[in-house]
Design a protein around this ligand. Structure first.
Ligand SMILES: [Zn+2]
Length: 140
């Protein structure tokens, strides 16, 4: 289960709306204990995808490393990665699966006509062949 506190949740939604109709991406920092992950910080990152960004995002490996270092410096963990789906449902696409890593939660925000629609969190398997939906609580 992933619980995203109000402040990071607002950061994520605002980021997704700001870059609409493109996809946004960023990382979620927080703590994990007893099977519950609690996100206390969201860090917006650049979408580094060189092509059309309406249906694709890419994180720079160095941005991800910097975020990991920042998390550690604050006594937090990198809980997962978020990105948006402009005018699409918050499903986990084949591309998302291919670019995933099994140790992170992947939160997808569906933005419909510039407004927040819904969100899901996904846990990819180690083979990157499927992702399981994870319980997600936002803004608490
Ligand atoms: Zn996606």
């Amino acid at each position: 289960m992933v619980r995203i506190e109000t402040q990071p949740w607002e950061t994520m939604v605002e980021h997704a709306r700001r870059v609409y109709p493109n996809e946004c991406c960023g990382v979620m920092l927080g703590k994990a204990s007893n099977g519950e992950k609690r996100v206390s910080r969201a860090v917006p990152l650049d979408n580094a995808w060189q092509g059309e960004q309406r249906a694709r995002y890419e994180l720079r490996p160095e941005d991800l490393l910097a975020a990991e270092r920042e998390a550690r410096a604050q006594g937090l963990e990198l809980i997962g990665i978020y990105h948006s789906h402009p005018d699409c449902d918050a499903y986990f696409s084949e591309t998302d699966l291919k670019n995933s890593c099994p140790w992170y939660s992947f939160v997808v925000l569906s933005i419909q006509r510039g407004a927040f629609g819904h969100a899901n969190s996904w846990l990819p398997n180690a083979e990157q062949t499927a992702a399981e939906k994870e319980e997600l609580i936002c803004g608490e």
